[in-house]
Design a binder for this molecule. Structure first.
Ligand code: HEM
Length: 386
């Protein structure tokens, strides 16, 4: 049994060599530390993600208790998941995502202009966060909260996802959850503009979905949409700053189209997701018992040479590119279109800047298992030595 520790310094800095070893030596292994089976091969991960009958997002189906009586889209399985998922997917499609993308590009351009003469700026905090937050709020049709406060609450919640490994992150996460619940409770009473939230609330009764489920799902969407997009953008920009020729090549709109997905594959912000086994099932030569958890490591699956040629290289025109960074199967990311649009806007802003951006110092990473990205990414437009 490999001694896999997602919080070790080596995994936080660069997990890919370990993922490669695990794929070769122990593609499906039991981790006492995580109390879970761990999957590292692409085919195995994709099969489990696509098999909601045997591997549940709604852990009650596998005999676990749920902390909540009102579920969210993310914690339901078909057939209960289907109407709420459809409601949100339709509402997503009905929003003017191109306009949200144009606004994200305008905001990026304005911020970059401000930073053009600065000694350095932090891409994650000062660019990705405000741009992602306004895009997700515009999608929902709600007021944009102060970015620094919201980012601190979101960070505490994201750290809270590691509470099984680091109990000390639980209390700050609970406090942040309370604050975010208060923010969202304000949306109940505020005059909301047109947007996804107004649309799903209006369609709930007809779709047979409770208001509680709508609110819980909207909270998941708001929080997950923000933190993952910030992480994906920071990973993408780090990869490009380390490869200035790749950033230059992305001036070609066709390459930008495929390049965004390749950047998502190359360095996934979401390291994995977990399902609970509904009934005894085999994966490879391992038997998974009812109730046991199965963690799929997206970072490992996305670099599996059995699925991707030259998996450790950034191949901007890779196509097809069926990476798992946005999930797969019934729970595949419903915000995928918007996620791509925001990343494209941030990268386009950097490409169009009057001078090429450079890394101004080493990226800083907090110790975190679930989401992996540079929390601080110092960038400058000054030439070296000036
Ligand atoms: C690049 C940024 C993003 C990444 C990497 C990402 C990743 C993911 C992944 C991996 C899942 C599947 C989780 C699982 O199967 O357990 C997921 C689901 C989801 N994502 Fe995203 N996401 C991103 C952006 C967004 C955005 C912008 C939104 C909305 C504003 C969003 C909303 C959702 C929702 C609602 C689900 C749950 C879908 C369901 O359970 O049916 N995501 N996302």
């Amino acid at each position: 049994m490999p001694d896999y520790d997602p919080l070790s310094a080596v995994m936080v800095t660069d997990p890919y060599p370990t993922y490669s070893e695990l794929r070769d030596s122990a593609p499906v292994f039991w981790s006492d530390r995580l109390d879970s089976w761990v999957l590292t091969r692409y085919e195995d991960c994709r099969a489990v993600l696509g098999d909601a009958a045997n591997f549940a997002s709604d852990w009650r189906r596998a005999g676990h208790e749920s902390a909540s009586t009102v579920m969210s889209m993310q914690a339901l399985d078909p057939p209960d998941h289907t109407p709420i998922r459809r409601l949100f997917t339709t509402a997503f499609r009905d929003q003017d995502l191109d306009h949200i993308g144009d606004m994200a590009l305008a905001e990026t351009t304005e911020l970059l202009e401000k930073f053009s003469t600065a000694e350095e700026f932090d891409f994650t905090a000062e660019l990705a966060r405000p741009v992602a937050l306004s895009a997700v709020c515009r999608l929902l049709g709600v007021d944009i909260p102060p970015v620094a406060d919201f980012a601190a609450q979101s960070d505490a919640l994201v750290h809270g996802m590691d509470a099984g490994l680091r109990p000390e992150v639980l209390e700050p996460a609970m406090a942040a959850r309370k604050e975010i619940n208060e923010l969202i409770a304000g949306w109940h009473h505020a005059t909301r503009g047109p947007g996804l939230l107004t649309q799903v609330l209006a369609g709930a009764a007809q779709a047979g979905v409770s208001e509680g489920e709508i609110w819980n799902s909207s909270r998941v969407l708001f929080l997950a949409g923000f933190s993952t997009t910030v992480g994906a953008a920071a990973n993408a920009v780090l990869a490009l700053l380390e490869r200035p020729e790749a950033l230059e090549r992305l001036r070609d709109p066709k390459l930008l189209e495929t390049g965004v997905d390749e950047l998502l594959r190359f360095d996934s912000p979401v390291q994995g997701t977990t399902r609970a086994c509904v009934r005894r099932t085999t994966i490879g030569d391992v038997t998974v018992e009812r109730g046991q958890l199965v963690l799929m490591l997206f970072g490992a699956a996305n670099r599996d040479p059995a699925q991707f040629a030259s998996p450790d290289e950034l191949v901007l025109d890779r196509s097809p590119n069926r990476h798992l960074s946005l999930g797969w199967g019934p729970h595949a990311c419903s915000g995928a279109m918007l996620a791509r649009i925001i990343i494209r806007a941030l990268v386009t802003g950097l490409i169009r800047a009057p001078r090429p951006p450079r890394l101004a110092g080493p990226p800083v990473r907090e110790t975190r298992a679930t989401l992996r990205y540079p929390d601080r990414l110092p960038v400058t437009f000054r030439t070296a030595g000036s």
